[in-house]
Structures are given as structure tokens and as C-alpha cells.
Write a protein that binds this ligand. Structure first.
Ligand code: KG4
Ligand code: ZN
Length: 362
């Protein structure tokens, strides 16, 4: 098994990102560079991601971002063993920009291409720079997705549960918006919640005690929006933000606890490992509640460094490197896919489960 050095490209939403990751013969991957150019400022006036603006902005800076990633990694195109680019799910105009750039480099240099599922990037991100072996139970919580997965290996994720309406990050973003906070709302809501009184506002606790591993955030979103109306004092908004954050973290922990119990029952012979990934994993209360839950259930706990929770290309390069090592290279006609469930069999068998956000981060 030779060492692999892979360029990763990510353009599925509002970050233009490129990274170089080295996968040694043995041991965890090393991130040689990770460049993320956020378009947040360009979308902020609209309170969300505007697909046309996103696609154009990717085109304008993709070459520069790739060059910076190679420079910072002190790597030339000739040093690469392969190219990985996000092929979906996401805003298809943006996905096409990064995927075309990846194909062009691969074609020009005769390198293998990995057309990576963005969700697999997130799913493998806890392995960036840390020793986390397969298999593990994963909570993937981002702006577009909220799923519990049994990650058996690269290309092998089995969905145990998912949201039946909104994703957790979507709930953070929408409630932040009614509280008058900017986009993306998650980090702003976390900052506002600091020092707030969590017990003052009562919010609904969805699906509590249900035996499956699904999530639901729409009731919480509606209740919080109603409570937010008419709040003018800073202290009131702080208390509501604290209650919302606690409710989201609480549901994530409760459903994960349920999944851990089921996982331990089915796979009691294995080392029990848990990991969390995705933008919402950057939230400190969410992490703390999950770490706690893992400890009580006898699971080890892993989470990527904060920079690899939100969208980045290092996770795409890692997933690509692992795919190439497993002999899973893609053809040059690999398509950009707006929708692409990680566990396609589960998605087909249970279509009532929505991936979460419709549009921007779907
Ligand atoms: O993984 P990500 O960058 O993009 C998707 O693939 O969706 O996740 C973005 C989401 C947004 O909804 C954002 O509000 C949320 O992650 N997020 C947070 C925090 N940082 C990012 N939510 C809560 N607390 C945070 N600190
Ligand atoms: Zn993402």
C-alpha cells in the first residue's frame, strides 16, 4: 500500500475549498494544507445562500484556491497521486465548478479521479489527523443533514435514523434568523446563548422516548419563532437562544443515546466507538452533551478539529484518498448530483425521510 497524496476540492455550497492530504501506508491521514474561502459575506444581505451568486463566486476563485492549497502544502501537481472533488449532494451549479476543475487536473496529469459524496467527506472527517478505526457509530449533523450512521468503512455507511423534517443546523439557522442574527446562524446563536437562562422558556421535546433513532426539529422551530415575536430585551433573546441550543443539543444526545443502546445490542462484540461530524459538531454544548452520552454508554468519543466540522476540502481529499486506495476510482463522466443519499438503499426503502433542507444545502 503506497503512500497517497491527494488534492481535494469542495464547492457544494457557499465555501470554495481545496486541500492536500497525505495518506501514509499506515496510520492516520495528515492534512498538508486546507484552504477555505467563505462566500458568507456575499450571501449575507439575502439571509441565506443564493445559488447563482454561489456558482459564480466559485468560478471566480477556484483556480486561486487550488493554487494556494498546493503552495501551502509545498506540493506540485506532479507530486499528486490523485484528485478528489465533491460530486454532490449540493447546489448543482457549484458542484459542477469544483468537479470540472478536478476532472481537468486529473485528465491533464493522467491522475485517477474520485468523485466524492460530500456526506462521506463529513462521515470520514473524524479520521483526519486522529486515529479512529472502522467501524464507528456516527452522528452527522450539518446544515442539510441530521443522521445516525453505522460507518463500516469507506463506501459502507448504513443509516440508522435521520430527521423527518428539518436538519439540526437548519433549525439553528432559521431560529437565529427570527432572533435577528446573521447567516450562518449556528455560531451566532451559540454566542448569544452564552450566559442565558436555559430554564426560562419551555420548548417542545420532539420524539422523546420513541424507540427509533429519528429526529424532528420543526415543532421546536415553530415554537421558538412564536416566542421570539415581541421579544425586545437583550436578556430575553439570550434566554431564548440558550433554551433553543439546549433543546437541540438535548434531542441530539437523547436520540444518540438510543442509537448507542441499539448499536451495542447488535454489535456487542466490537469496540464501541462514537464520532460526531458536520457543522453543528462545532457547537460546544452539542459536543459536551454527546461526549457525556458516549461516556455513560461506554463508547469512545471522537470529533474532528473545529476547522474540519464545517465544510472543507480536507475531508473530501481524505475520502478520495481512501476511495482510491480501495480501488474505487471514478470515470471522467462522473455526474454532478444535486441529491445523493449516503445510504442509497435506506433512502429508497424509506422515502418519507427527507435529507433535511430543501435547496441550498440539500
Ligand atoms: O457542515 P456545514 O458547514 O455545511 C453543510 O454541509 O450543511 O454545516 C453548516 C451548518 C449551518 O447550519 C451552521 O449554522 C451550523 O452548521 N453551525 C453551527 C455552529 N457552527 C456551524 N451550529 C451551531 N453551533 C455552531 N457553533
Ligand atoms: Zn457539509
Amino acid at each position: 500500500m503506497a503512500e497517497l497524496t491527494v488534492l481535494g476540492i469542495e464547492t457544494s455550497c457557499d465555501e470554495t475549498a481545496a486541500a492536500v492530504v497525505r495518506l501514509p501506508e499506515a496510520g492516520p491521514a495528515v492534512v498538508l494544507s486546507s484552504v477555505v474561502a467563505s462566500q458568507a459575506a456575499e450571501h449575507a444581505p439575502f439571509g441565506g445562500v443564493v445559488p447563482e451568486i454561489a456558482a459564480r463566486a466559485h468560478v471566480e476563485i477556484i483556480d486561486d484556491v487550488i493554487r494556494q492549497a498546493l503552495d501551502q502544502a509545498n506540493t506540485r501537481l506532479d507530486d499528486l497521486s490523485g484528485v478528489a472533488a465533491t460530486a454532490g449532494p449540493g447546489l448543482v451549479g457549484g458542484v459542477m465548478v469544483g468537479l470540472s476543475a478536478g476532472k481537468a487536473i486529473a485528465l491533464a496529469r493522467g491522475l485517477p479521479l474520485a468523485a466524492v459524496n460530500h456526506l462521506e467527506g463529513h462521515a470520514l472527517s473524524p479520521r483526519l489527523g486522529a486515529a479512529l478505526d472502522y467501524p464507528y457509530l456516527l452522528l452527522l449533523v450539518s446544515g442539510g443533514h441530521c443522521q445516525l450512521l453505522d460507518v463500516e468503512g469507506v463506501g459502507q455507511a448504513i443509516r440508522l435514523g435521520s430527521t423527518i423534517d428539518d436538519a439540526a443546523g437548519e433549525a439553528f439557522d432559521k431560529i437565529a434568523k427570527v432572533l435577528g442574527l446573521g447567516y450562518p446562524g449556528g455560531p451566532a446563536l451559540e454566542a448569544l446563548a452564552e450566559g442565558g437562562d436555559v430554564s426560562r422558556f419551555k420548548l417542545p421535546r420532539a420524539l422523546l422516548g420513541r424507540k427509533d433513532c429519528d429526529f424532528s426539529f420543526s415543532g421546536l422551530k415553530t415554537a421558538a419563532a412564536r416566542l421570539a415575536e415581541g421579544l425586545t430585551e437583550d436578556k430575553d433573546r439570550r434566554d431564548l437562544a440558550a433554551a433553543v441550543q439546549a433543546a437541540i443539543a438535548g434531542q441530539l444526545a437523547e436520540r444518540t443515546d438510543r442509537a448507542m443502546a441499539a448499536y451495542a445490542e447488535t454489535h456487542g462484540d466490537r469496540p464501541l466507538r462514537f464520532a460526531v461530524a458536520g457543522g453543528v459538531a462545532a457547537n460546544r454544548l452539542v459536543r459536551a452533551r454527546l461526549e457525556d452520552t458516549a461516556a455513560r454508554r461506554g463508547f469512545s468519543f471522537a470529533a474532528p478539529p473545529l476547522a474540519y466540522c464545517t465544510d472543507n476540502a480536507a475531508m473530501i481529499a481524505l475520502a478520495g484518498a481512501e476511495r482510491l486506495r480501495a480501488g474505487l476510482a471514478d470515470r471522467m463522466d462522473a455526474a454532478a448530483r444535486p441529491r445523493w443519499p449516503l445510504d442509497e438503499a435506506a433512502a429508497a426503502a424509506n422515502p418519507t425521510h427527507k435529507p433535511g433542507r430543501k435547496g441550498a444545502k440539500a
